[in-house]
Design a protein around this ligand. Structure first.
Ligand SMILES: *[C@@H]1O[C@H](CO)[C@@H](O)[C@H](O)[C@H]1NC(C)=O
Ligand SMILES: *[C@@H]1O[C@H](CO)[C@@H](O)[C@H](O)[C@H]1NC(C)=O
Ligand SMILES: *[C@@H]1O[C@H](CO)[C@@H](O)[C@H](O)[C@H]1NC(C)=O
Length: 343
């Protein structure tokens, strides 16, 4: 029966490269908890995630050394997606999604020496947002896109949503879906990617990546289509998609939370590679960082100690979209090289 199953795999699965990440932050050294998520990078290529100090209302830096980035003043906060941007004056700012308070914080007034942000404000908020979970930013307009889900045993449209907030923080719902999670913009900002999953009788039965034509200035999305269907691709419809990121060539990196894997797709939707994590089975998110923006960090709870958050790293040759966009804006500080060893 195994052979019969194998023949249902798309031919591209056999042609795909199988790449291997290496450990970066292990359970013994990690200050992050099992809820590690929402990977983001700043202009220097430093990598951040949530569940710092095993605290769902905290975000911290993972690489090159571990330190606190943000602590919500609301201890019921469940922070998730993190994205950095450079504002029109050249100053670096950070956006952090909070699922329980249905808002996105904006961190400003960054101290150049310590990297600490002095000010936190609520950038956008709407009680009707399901969460938000992960966020993506169109850096040309400063517009952000937010996904959120309501986990029910039988998914219906409305258990997932997609919102956008313009650069002034005005929130607008763009659509409702089954469970939505991973969200990303293409480097030309003409395509928005959104993951959608469905449950039936308590089991996960579908996982697809949707693509839309995007007008990043107005936030309008049109021409909804299925970009990848994991049922047809490799028989993994029951494994949830989590964080997604693009590189500067428009390749889409999709975490498979439960398979310890990232699937990589060309801009036309062809599978090109699988990147396998080593210390993580439940890869929750990913981001390109490091001083050249080519180190792909995979994060998730540690295989060897499921109470801790781990990070693996795959060093490729392609630069991440987020890193590249942060370099394009007016330089604020001189990039310092940093070591790859966690503290
Ligand atoms: C998280 O940290 C904040 C600030 O130190 C604290 O008030 C809160 O109780 C912590 N939450 C947990 C779950 O430890
Ligand atoms: C949050 O803070 C309140 C008031 O200080 C406290 O009673 C509650 O236990 C805290 N909750 C968590 C999850 O730390
Ligand atoms: C989540 O789904 C449950 C079950 O369908 C429903 O009762 C609840 O109202 C939903 N919550 C939201 C915020 O939509």
């Amino acid at each position: 029966m195994k052979l019969a199953a194998a023949f249902t795999l798309a031919s591209s699965v056999f042609a795909a490269n199988h790449l291997q990440a290496v450990p970066f932050l292990g359970a013994a050294d990690s200050l992050f908890g099992a809820g590690i998520e929402g990977a983001g990078i700043d202009k220097l290529g430093n990598v951040y995630a949530v569940d710092f100090n095993d605290n769902a209302s905290s975000a911290g830096q993972i690489a090159p050394k571990q330190s606190l980035l943000f602590q919500s003043s609301d201890n019921e906060s469940l922070v998730n997606g993190i994205r950095f941007n450079i504002d029109s004056t050249g100053a670096e700012e950070a956006y952090i999604a909070d699922a329980t308070t249905h808002q996105v914080y904006k961190l400003t007034s960054r101290d150049k020496a310590t990297g600490a942000f002095a000010k936190t404000s609520v950038f956008c908020h709407d009680e009707n947002m399901l969460q938000p979970n992960d966020i993506a930013i169109a850096s040309s307009s400063g517009r952000i896109f937010l996904s959120g889900m309501n986990w029910t045993s039988d998914s219906v449209v409305g258990n997932g949503d997609l919102w956008t907030c313009d650069s002034s923080g005005l929130a607008k719902r763009l659509g409702t879906f089954m469970r939505t999670n991973g969200i990303e913009v293409s480097p030309d900002e003409k395509t928005l990617y959104l993951s959608e999953a469905a449950n039936a009788a308590g089991s996960v039965v579908s996982n697809v990546v949707l693509a839309f034509d995007l007008d990043s200035a107005s936030g309008e999305i049109t021409n909804k289509r299925t970009f990848v269907d994991f049922a047809k691709l490799d028989n993994t419809a029951s494994t949830d998609i989590d964080g997604m990121r693009t590189d500067i060539n428009g390749n889409l990196y999709v975490t498979r939370n439960g398979l310890g894997q990232v699937a990589v797709f060309t801009p036309s939707g062809e599978l090109s590679a699988y990147i396998n994590a080593i210390s993580i089975d439940y890869v929750s998110n990913l981001e390109f960082g490091g001083s050249s923006g080519t180190d792909l960090y995979l994060i998730g709870r540690c295989k060897e100690d499921e109470t801790k958050g781990c990070a693996d790293m795959y060093t490729g040759s392609t630069v991440g979209r987020a890193f590249s966009n942060l370099q394009k804006k007016q330089p604020e500080v001189t990039a310092k090289p940093h070591s790859r060893c966690p503290a």
